[in-house]
Ligand binder design. Structure first.
Ligand code: FMN
Length: 177
């Protein structure tokens, strides 16, 4: 699959997963793609933990309420460090977003599905902190997102996207000519 195919085939998948373990080498390939992403001033503020141990997955699932990704055989938990790139400039959010997209595309390339679950776990109930505790994440790292990984048992529901001409132009704002 080329990059453009992977970009166009990636969709947020919130359905059930086939109960088949994800080989470690695939999880390594996905994490390597995340680590290969650019980062502001090369501060490399993003790290990640792949969870494939059913006992650890069960502990994580137990704190995700309402539940998501319940049947995923693996999950990648994304961590960030709020390190300044220069002066007071911190690009940690941009850094982990770039890493996340790289991982989502690699997940699709390897034949798996996923979904960027950030809002759900970083809301007021701070599910993210409870997952971080389960994973022994030390001070200074924030767990910001989980990516389920697995083969889909169903099809993704495609969201409505605005037309190209509503968001992308040539030479000046709003110019479709
Ligand atoms: C920063 C960010 C946070 C997100 N958080 C969630 C989330 O908590 N739960 C969820 O179901 N989807 C979440 N998503 C996925 C979006 O809902 C999804 O990307 C959007 O609806 C477009 O659909 P698509 O990914 O299929 O193109 C998040 C996406 C981003 C970029």
């Amino acid at each position: 699959m080329n990059v453009t195919d992977a970009i166009n085939r990636r969709h947020s998948y919130r359905g059930k997963y086939i109960q088949e373990p994800v080989p470690r080498e695939d999880l390594v390939t996905i994490m390597e793609a995340g680590l290969a992403a650019p980062s502001g001033c090369n501060k490399q503020t993003t790290s990640m933990i792949s969870v494939d141990d059913p006992e650890v997955l069960a502990k994580i699932r137990a704190v995700i309420d309402p539940p998501v990704a319940e049947t995923a055989p693996a999950m990648i938990c994304v961590l960030t460090q709020r390190i300044c790139a220069y002066r007071d400039k911190c690009y940690a959010v941009q850094d982990y977003s770039a890493a996340l997209e790289n991982m989502l595309l690699t997940i699709v390339d390897l034949g798996y599905q996923s979904c960027w679950f950030e809002g759900h776990i970083t809301d007021e109930d701070r599910i993210c902190d409870r997952i971080a505790e389960i994973l022994d994440v030390p001070e200074g790292y924030d767990l910001v997102c989980i990516l389920p990984v697995g083969k889909a048992a169903g099809e993704p529901v495609l969201p409505k996207k605005k037309e190209f001409t509503e968001r992308a132009w040539f030479n000046r704002f709003g110019n479709n000519g």
